[in-house]
Write a protein that binds this ligand. Structure first.
Ligand code: ATR
Length: 279
């Protein structure tokens, strides 16, 4: 990839940013498609987000991703936030336009695409979400908007689950219940079609951890998704597989949230797929 005076700039704002997969993913695609764009990792501390955003405009960036710890704070600098991002309370993709910054959240869309690729249609299904942080909210909101019948949040801290449940019930109109890991969960698991782990339990290097669930709750009726992609197969997914559940990791979501962001920044007419094939 050659950077020159015509190169258009994109990036990701976060702290830490050293381990982000996004620069590699986007730059590889630009190179394969012969696009004159560059995607930069930009380490920005929490207190300097406002200045960084102004700097992006001055430098002519066409868009950025935002990640931890900026996904919520970024909202105050945006002219417009999509309905989905607003419900998720988080923005991960920004397009810089002359009129102002537009915020979107592509995590949910990426998650849904990875489910569809697996042949799973969320419509009218019953889902269990493990955890109640930012990732849980994005997953629960996207599933509710996609027409699931019921969301059940299981979380260590009930109050955090209740905050998400209130949004799902009152703003989207989908039934949402909240439970602890200590509750009797047999019936909930019996009725569920999809279980999604949004906690970081089991992520490298703590590969022996998992949410505190009895593995016999899983069955062949379930698709069990872990948003973790390192390791590729978490302890939770291994145990679910042993109970004959279908399993899926978070790699698809990671890639597809990037694909949706790519499509927001780069006009379709600039993308020439013949270049990928080198013909
Ligand atoms: P993110 O924004 O990436 O989703 P987060 O806000 O830190 O991350 O949320 C992590 C989730 O993992 C939370 O729901 C957390 O439970 P609490 O709400 O009770 O804090 C859950 N989690 C983290 N460590 C846990 C543990 N040891 N046992 C059970 N749940 C845990």
């Amino acid at each position: 990839m050659v950077i020159n005076g015509k190169t258009k700039l994109i990036g990701v704002l976060g702290d830490p940013i050293e381990h982000s997969f996004s620069p590699f993913m986007h730059n590889t695609v630009y190179e394969k498609l012969g696009l004159n764009y560059a995607y930069l990792p930009l380490k920005v501390e929490k207190e300097q987000l406002g200045q960084a955003i102004e700097g992006l405009r001055a430098l002519g960036f066409i868009g950025v991703n935002v990640t931890i710890p900026h996904k919520e704070n970024i909202m105050q600098y945006l002219k417009e936030v999509s309905k989905e991002a607003e419900l998720m309370g988080a923005v991960n993709t920004i397009v810089l336009t002359k009129g102002g910054y537009i915020g979107e959240n592509t995590d949910g869309k990426g998650f849904l695409k990875s489910l569809k690729e697996e042949g799973f249609d969320p419509k009218n299904k019953k889902v269990i979400v493990l955890g109640a942080g930012g990732a849980a909210r994005a997953v629960a909101v996207s599933l509710a908007l996609e027409g699931v019948d019921q969301v059940c949040i299981i979380n260590r801290t009930r109050e955090k689950g209740e905050k998400i449940a209130q949004i799902i019930t009152e703003k989207i109109g989908v039934n949402c219940t909240v439970h602890n890991y200590d509750d009797k969960l047999d019936n909930i698991f019996k009725q569920a079609n999809l279980i999604v782990n949004t906690t970081s339990l089991g992520m490298h290097p703590d590969v022996d951890k998992m949410p505190p669930l009895n593995p016999t709750l899983f069955s062949s009726n379930h698709l069990v998704v872990d948003l973790i992609y390192n390791p590729e197969e978490t302890k939770l997914l291994k145990l679910a597989k042993q109970q004959n559940a279908k399993t899926l990791n978070g790699l698809g979501m990671l890639i597809y949230q990037g694909e949706y962001a790519f499509k927001m920044w780069i006009p379709e007419e600039e993308v020439d797929f013949k270049k990928i094939l080198d013909i």
